[in-house]
Design a binder for this molecule. Structure first.
Ligand code: IMP
Ligand code: MG
Length: 370
């Protein structure tokens, strides 16, 4: 699950079980190297408290533990200016000292650690860090033990914080590159007023409305590579493969990379498509937040569509049996999707009977909570 700390969103990155394996491996390596000597483990506060705690619990031989407290981070950025808040409080002359760091990023903190130990006459100073960001490190100090190399992205949990929050989390989370988006899949039977409501939601929440039908028409009309590909299937009377549609949607999503979110309309239609859409959003560090379905009683729909037929002249709005068949088809097709999104706790049925304003208010109540 995504966690929100202050204003930022973080996604699961390394779970507690994996951390445990890494810590155990570090314990094995370090205890094998140190042998029977009693080392002094020096944790760098605050971030390393959880790592140090787990580490020394696993350490198979006698050892000493102490902490020094340094501070360098502001928000999600490392700063050059390291403050020494609590220094060494014991004589370490002749001792084997192992620094236990939660994470080494720029190496500024490590530089300060070396400064602190320069005049301490320790027997040896070994550096052990649970996490290491090689792309960010710009110092030459040797890192004797590295738990896990990670990309240069901000993480929280297992002792690490973002402005004070997140240290208590047993798992590690990574800052989402795409922050919170509201992505909804909008459904509604013919005559439910989906188009009207989509327009309203788009305005109110500054979302991009992606109607699959429009996207297809656009690509074919403009003879894009994907449009031509889609057309080649349609010309043969074959269904356009999901991947082609997903690729088109991907282009739309990328075109609107800065959007607050998307309203997907006309897609997905099948389980496989819903999965593909989940994967697409996942690849963008985002997700579908909800399937919102306007629910309108069949009789009301039939009445609305017949009325519309009187003025619109649309043939498929004039015949009651055709209308009923379209409604039935809608429910047959969307039942699977209702199950798919319900299983993820993402299905929201919204009463679609009432004035336009009433319905938009009901929809807003759902979206405001996402
Ligand atoms: P450095 O001085 O840039 O190497 O950063 C080391 C210190 O910055 C660590 O001890 C952490 O307290 C903090 N830090 C570095 N990267 C992260 C991160 O991704 N999340 C949280 N804290 C971090
Ligand atoms: Mg630290």
């Amino acid at each position: 699950m995504v966690v929100k700390l202050h204003d930022l969103y973080f996604k699961p990155f390394i779970n507690a079980d994996e951390i445990d394996v890494v810590v155990q491996r570090m314990v094995n390596e370090i205890s094998a190297d140190i042998g029977d000597e009693i080392p002094v483990f020096v944790g760098i506060m605050n971030g390393s408290f959880m790592f140090v705690s787990d580490f020394v619990k696993k350490y198979p031989k006698p050892c000493e533990v102490t902490f020094i407290k340094l501070a360098s981070y502001e928000g999600v950025k490392s700063t050059e200016d390291i403050q020494r808040l609590i220094g060494l409080t014991q004589d370490l002359t002749g001792r084997t000292v192992v620094i236990l760091e939660d994470i080494i990023d720029s190496g500024n903190t490590l530089e300060e650690v070396h400064r602190i130990f320069k005049n301490e006459n320790v027997k040896q100073l070994l550096i052990a860090t649970l996490f290491y960001k090689p792309e960010a490190y710009d110092k030459d100090f040797k890192l004797h033990y590295v738990g896990k190399e990670i990309p240069n992205k901000f993480i929280v949990g297992y002792g690490l914080d973002y402005d004070g929050l997140g240290r208590d989390l047993p798992n590690v989370y990574q800052l989402k590159t795409t922050q919170h988006m509201t992505n909804i899949v909008l459904f509604g039977p013919p005559g439910a007023g989906k188009g009207t409501q989509a327009n309203f939601l788009k305005e109110k929440y500054d979302l991009v409305h992606i109607s699959t039908g429009d996207v297809f028409r656009y690509n074919i009309k403009n003879e894009t590579a994907l449009g031509m590909l889609a057309k080649s299937y349609m010309d043969k009377g074959e269904l356009v493969p999901d991947q082609v549609t997903i690729d088109m949607l991907n282009k739309e999503v990328e075109k609107n990379a800065g959007a607050n979110g998307f309203i997907f309309d006309g897609f997905p239609r099948t389980n496989a498509q819903a999965k593909a859409l989940d994967e697409l959003m996942d690849s963008k560090d985002s997700q579908i937040n909800a399937m919102v379905a306007l629910e309108v009683d069949d009789e009301v729909l039939v009445e609305r569509l017949l009325k519309r037929g009187e003025t619109s002249g649309r043939a498929d709005d004039a015949d009651e049996s055709i209308i009923r068949n379209r409604i039935k088809e809608y429910y047959d097709k969307t039942a699977i999707l209702k199950d798919y999104y319900s299983a993820q706790d993402k299905y929201y049925g919204v009463d679609g009977v009432g004035s336009i304003e009433d319905i938009t208010e009901r929809l807003s109540a759902v979206i405001d909570k996402l």
